[in-house]
Write a protein that binds this ligand. Sequence first.
Ligand SMILES: Cc1cc2nc3c(=O)[nH]c(=O)nc-3n(C[C@H](O)[C@H](O)[C@H](O)COP(=O)(O)OP(=O)(O)OC[C@H]3O[C@@H](n4cnc5c(N)ncnc54)[C@H](O)[C@@H]3O)c2cc1C
Length: 452
Amino acid sequence: MGTVLRAAVPDRLLQGWGRTTGSRSQVIGPLEPDALRELIAGRPGRGLLARGAGRSYGDAAQNAGGLVLAPVTPARIELDAAAARVRVSGSTTFAELLEHLVPHGLLLPVLPGTRHVTVGGAVAADVHGKNQRVDGTLFHWLESIELLCGDGELRTLTVDGDGPAFRATVGGMGLTGVILAVTLRLIRIRSSLLRVTVRRCPDLDALMAELESATSRYAVAWIDTTATGRSLGRGVVDLGDHLAAPDPSAEPDGLRYGPTRAPLAPRMPLGLFNPVTARAFNELWYRRAPRERCSLQGLPEFFHRLDAVDRWNLALGPRGFLQYQFAVPLRARHVVADVLESLQRVGAAPFLGTLKRFGPSRGGPLSFPLPGWSLAVDMPPGGPRLAELLHELDRKVANAGGRVYLAKDARLGRVAFDAMYGPLEDWRAARARLDPADTMRSDLGRRLGLCR
Ligand SMILES: Cc1cc2nc3c(=O)[nH]c(=O)nc-3n(C[C@H](O)[C@H](O)[C@H](O)COP(=O)(O)OP(=O)(O)OC[C@H]3O[C@@H](n4cnc5c(N)ncnc54)[C@H](O)[C@@H]3O)c2cc1C
């Protein structure tokens, strides 16, 4: 795609899921690999970036004044059901994959909280699911990545081949090249139902104890971000396992994946949440949860409850919202309570919280999970007091040996980022080899000193 043609492509405003930041770019795609290689070889001013479904919360999938490729490729799925392995193009969504895989008794080994992510975006963020403690992140399940690198070369990366390039790309937020396709290992399932235990916990200690002792494959907790005093950190734990055999009465037609059609969220002129509504919403959520219940749930219900309303981010008002997701080592569990209390103190109106217990992880240098606790809190963007508090919390998280999740971030500063992720010498060396002219760029990358 030559310069003349590119000049005719109008600018578009791109935003992340949280809609607090935005920037304008020329958006093109899908392109055939040869056209893409030509584009990269032309070293576009302000660089190039691949974008997936725009489900990262901040500016990771934006490239102000430059080119953005979206979609990168047409959706393409090549399944080897006997080997439980799939080769899939970068712009295929998890929703498309699930519909294809489940009838074969196969499932993606890692499912983030929404099915509307692309394979490229999931690899670039090295996503985790409710089973991170048992199954690790996507990194563990990737056999190979077909990457059109920033130097225009098409490389097939494996962990045992070019390990540094593989590790720099998984979790590398699109800054090493364009993921054209990947080959993934899958897990086998015998039923499209899970046995789920839901348990209500009156405080943070009880909630953490439930997650700590969980033996199920999947474990996650919704946490009441507004509860105070002795109820601080109360919540509801969800523990899930796949059924070992099909349930003939509940699934007479065999395995299937059929999420119901989600209604589109209304656009709200004002923000939905303030301290009062956030508190009422959380109180209601906690009260309506059973003390303890075992039930069978389908895959969409268990994994992707948030997808029940399409584009729910639009209902949160024109100013959008922030998510603060961090992970700290086990010894620093006090940081979780500290963050909850601090957000309440500045009237931040946190309306949604999720707590996970992470296990060991061998992702790339920019991968997020570490053994310990991860808390994610959604809240309105707030004003200077909240901004100041979040900087203070960044310091606490960094001092505790923790880090903020880049896929959710829209605001982290460079100093705090360096303190959390380190000098990243390996990552920078691998990127310099794959993208010597610094062609792959993003707003997040510029903000954090990862690219020019
Ligand atoms: C409701 C909700 C729940 C979520 N729950 C979880 C969760 O449980 N666990 C979790 O880990 N994450 C979770 N996320 C975050 C989400 O999984 C990541 O942000 C993911 O990267 C989004 O994928 P995407 O296709 O939308 O990518 P985008 O947001 O479009 O892009 C994200 C990054 O990927 C890069 N990228 C995209 N495509 C390519 C490609 N083809 N080649 C190279 N780079 C590429 C972009 O440059 C960018 O840096 C959640 C997000 C939402 C909205």
